[in-house]
Design a protein around this ligand. Sequence first.
Ligand SMILES: [Zn+2]
Length: 374
Amino acid sequence: MYRLIWTEIEGSLTQNTKIDCYLTQHTKEIRINPILDNARKIWESMYRREQKSSHVVMEASLWNNLQVRIDNNLFKWGKWVNKGYYRIGDLFNEGKLLEFKKMQNKYQLTNEEWYRYIQLRSCLTKVPGIGISTQEKAQFMQVLEQIKGTAHIASKIYNFLINGFTLGVKTLQNIWCSDLNMELDEEEWLTLMRGMYKPLREAKLRLMQFKIINKIYWTPAKMHIVKLRSTKTCWNCDREDGDLIHMFWNCNQVKVFWKKVLKFCSKVLDREVPVDESLCLLHKNPWDIESDTHKDNFLWLILAIATAKRVICRHWKDKSGPNFTEWQKTLVEVAEYERTIYKLRDKLSTYEEIWEPFLSHLEGSVQQINGNED
Ligand SMILES: [Zn+2]
């Protein structure tokens, strides 16, 4: 019977595996088949653009993977494949390798597979970069998930390839300088980038700042570019273009919120905190005096500002906009978290120097409110 040539390729691709897993497998068919060979090269270069290796991400194939070898050999265990193990991620939960018992429950592996599990565990622990660092999915994988099942997939992917990738350091500097209408030389920019995350200890805040700087957030404008939305107008005001700067800074309600927050910060620190976007978005120090009190003040200010951005994110789609009281409450939670860390390090006095102005100010305003109610 005559069969079209690609039906064979498709058949071989989907047999006992998932199609994207196949692209991180190294088998003879791939090497002799120019279509598969090219597909694999493109796949690898997509990851490289995001500084990741296609072979050590959670979605990579567990089998015949060049980076996952036992005694330097590639391997594939039919029994495990039949139970549904395809990807590295099938063995992990939140960056941690699953215990054998949990894997047994999930995929009904028999007790005899324990030895193989041990083999696999020891080989995976030797693969550099596997685990926590591979938790965050590649951007293009996130996009593929979002557009799955929608119309015009090819043009959406094409648009994304042109517009959507995380930007290089130099490009990033140029874009931010032009967005915020400021001038910074390369050294100043690098210093800013290096110091930006320092006060942020919580992973959520750090990730948020990373997403802002690299413009990874799916704002209405960005969704419009890849045709996920018909318009690029802001969710909140429904009037202006909802790009990242607008969503975090220029939108009317957001601006009102910032003014309130920064005015409160000025009162707490008893010094002028300017309503300045390079301070709020890039954590650029507005003061140039180098005393310890100033350093403490700045450290607290950045935590207060990062917390404000978290509150802004939470209310992107609410017409009510970000809420000042919610910001204060969230900042109290940050204070508690910080206190635990300083306590563990036996540095409670440093904690108090940094947080005392805020906490006593807050107490003052609570007393004032209670006083008014009496
Ligand atoms: Zn708006």
